[in-house]
Design a protein around this ligand. Structure first.
Ligand code: ATP
Ligand code: MG
Length: 258
């Protein structure tokens, strides 16, 4: 049996893509394929034009495509925040001033400058995940994949990670792929790719997927509560959009109506 098959997608710089699908639908397999942790038995995975199967391409591809996993404890090397973020660039053999510049920039992007000297083990789960993201950013990647990186976090940290992911795409032109089970996170992406049984069953704007209740049910995804509320309102003749990124946006629409 194949974990993924017939997948034909291209993700561009600056895109913010949510990758969704039920357990075992192939999301993590796709993440692993995209930076050469797994090689395809058939077909080709290209990063910046280079096949992951090309001899000698892996180092460069792994630098270009960073992955943040679910559990930050599995991806931090310990020591202080600063040391952790510097670990990747140090392994690239960069000069010290370039390492400092990258660490500075990465800490700034995730808003952790004030915690730079803290030992990582004293941080909260959410803060650790931000360190893991900074570690990936210090490699100056073209793409960042967050594989359920918010799954273990409290709602506040989840929002923080989501906001950083969005900013990376919009402001830094990084291609960001957010793998998530939270359909409310997918709702704010520019594009959603849904997998079922290793195949792409939807690829388009989030509103298109969220409006298709039959498809969501068939592939085992929840309809976000905000969409359920909007649907009820629409059924009752209230003119609101079916998909609002945040509850505040729905509230704004309602206020304008009254
Ligand atoms: N190392 C492995 N060896 C064999 N089969 C695997 C391996 N890893 C995953 N699979 C299988 O590949 C398929 C896709 O798994 P994958 O982990 O990519 O799904 P996922 O969408 O990330 O699921 P989840 O939401 O649970 O993380 C599943 O059928 C899974 O059982
Ligand atoms: Mg997975």
């Amino acid at each position: 049996m194949r974990a993924v098959a017939g997948v034909d997608v291209t993700i561009h710089q600056g895109e913010f893509v949510a990758l969704v699908g039920a357990n075992g639908s192939g999301k993590s397999t796709l993440a692993r394929l995209s930076n050469g942790l797994l090689l395809p038995t058939e077909g080709t995975v290209r990063v910046a034009g280079q096949s992951t199967a090309e001899a000698g391409a892996l180092w460069e591809i792994r630098r270009r495509v960073g992955i943040v996993w679910q559990d930050p404890d599995n991806q931090l090397v310990a020591g202080t925040v600063e040391e952790d973020v510097a670990f990747g660039p140090e392994n690239l053999g960069l000069p010290p001033e370039e390492i400092s510049r990258r660490v500075e920039r990465a800490l700034h992007l995730v808003g952790l400058q004030s915690l730079r000297e803290r030992p990582v083990h004293t941080l909260s789960g959410g803060q650790k995940q931000l360190v893991a993201i900074a570690g990936v950013l210090a490699m100056e990647p073209d793409a960042v994949i967050l594989d359920e990186a918010t799954a273990m976090l409290d709602p506040n940290s989840r929002r923080q990670v989501l906001a950083i992911a969005q900013r990376l795409a919009v402001e830094q032109r990084v291609a960001v792929v957010m793998i998530t089970h939270h359909m409310d996170e997918a709702a704010v992406a520019g594009r959603v790719i849904a997998l079922a049984g290793g195949r792409v069953v939807f690829d388009g704007p989030p509103a298109g997927l969220l409006a298709d209740t039959a498809l969501l049910q068939r592939i085992g995804l929840d309809v976000p509560p905000l969409v359920l509320i909007a649907r009820r309102l629409r059924e009752a003749g209230v003119d609101v959009p079916l998909v609002c990124p945040q509850v505040e946006n729905l509230a704004d629409h309602l206020c304008r109506l009254s």
